[in-house]
Design a protein around this ligand. Structure first.
Ligand SMILES: Cc1cc2nc3c(=O)[nH]c(=O)nc-3n(C[C@H](O)[C@H](O)[C@H](O)COP(=O)(O)O)c2cc1C
Length: 220
């Protein structure tokens, strides 16, 4: 059995029957999941749609409760209940699939809110000043993180001219170890705003790459 957790961050939906204003990143995720299931029949998929159920923003009560020592009070437990649920989904996952648009050169606010709920002391990372200048250490291990992205402009991929503007992929790659991810993969469809042949080619390439990666990870 392989557990695949899909985190969808686009405000746009994706439905097979509709054609206009559909999410490209969600379409890539659906392509990936279908191929993964076909290649590995015993796949359990958990869908978490952040646009339908946005995670709460963390606040002072959250931080206080997450750093509290010993037995938690009922109030602290209730403040951390959402975080506990979201972390449990990550713990159970073998593959974490994040499908996300680029908004304002970074990740959508709902996705950042999700990371803020997940990356929690003594749950997903430990903190020890005895480690000197690098006191944080990830706790979870053995997972793979796949980012399926879409953006309107182009040349944002690693090694390309506008990679420095891409705070979506680099941010998620930096956070990947705190989800227990030992590998980070990225596939992106570019040029959405131009709606031209370059966009069609980029989208087709992203679909093909998503299928290949899904097959490779399913059979690994
Ligand atoms: C609020 C908003 C902000 C955006 N910011 C950027 C941006 O900074 N750079 C970019 O290349 N595209 C940007 N876009 C274009 C989206 O990344 C593009 O439409 C993408 O296809 C959205 O993903 P989706 O199709 O999965 O919804 C933005 C779109 C919206 C709605």
């Amino acid at each position: 059995m392989k557990n695949l957790l899909h985190i969808g961050a686009s405000v746009r939906p994706y439905h097979l029957e509709e054609t206009e204003h559909q999410s490209i990143s969600r379409m890539l995720a659906m392509t990936f999941i279908e191929q993964f299931r076909e290649s590995y029949k015993q796949t359990e998929v958990i869908q978490r749609d952040l646009s339908v159920t946005p995670p709460a923003y963390i606040d002072q009560r959250f931080v206080a409760a997450s750093f509290a020592k010993g037995e938690l009070s009922p109030e602290e437990q209730s403040v951390l209940a959402e975080s506990d649920r979201l972390i449990a989904e990550v713990v159970d996952a073998d593959i974490i699939l994040i499908s996300s648009p680029m908004y304002n050169y970074g990740m959508p606010a709902v996705l950042k809110a999700w990371f803020d709920q997940i990356i929690r002391i003594d749950k997903t990372f430990s903190f020890d000043l005895a480690r000197g200048d690098n006191p944080l250490r990830p706790i979870l291990k053995g997972k793979q993180l796949v980012l399926l992205a879409s953006w309107g402009e182009f040349d944002f991929l690693k090694g390309q001219s506008k990679y420095a503007f891409n705070h979506l992929s680099s941010h998620i790659e930096q956070l990947a170890p705190y989800l227990g991810a030992e590998q980070f993969y990225e596939i992106a469809s570019e040029y959405q705003e131009f709606d031209d042949q370059r966009h069609e080619q980029s989208k087709a390439r992203a679909i093909a790459n998503a299928k290949t990666l899904a097959r490779d990870l399913a059979l690994a």
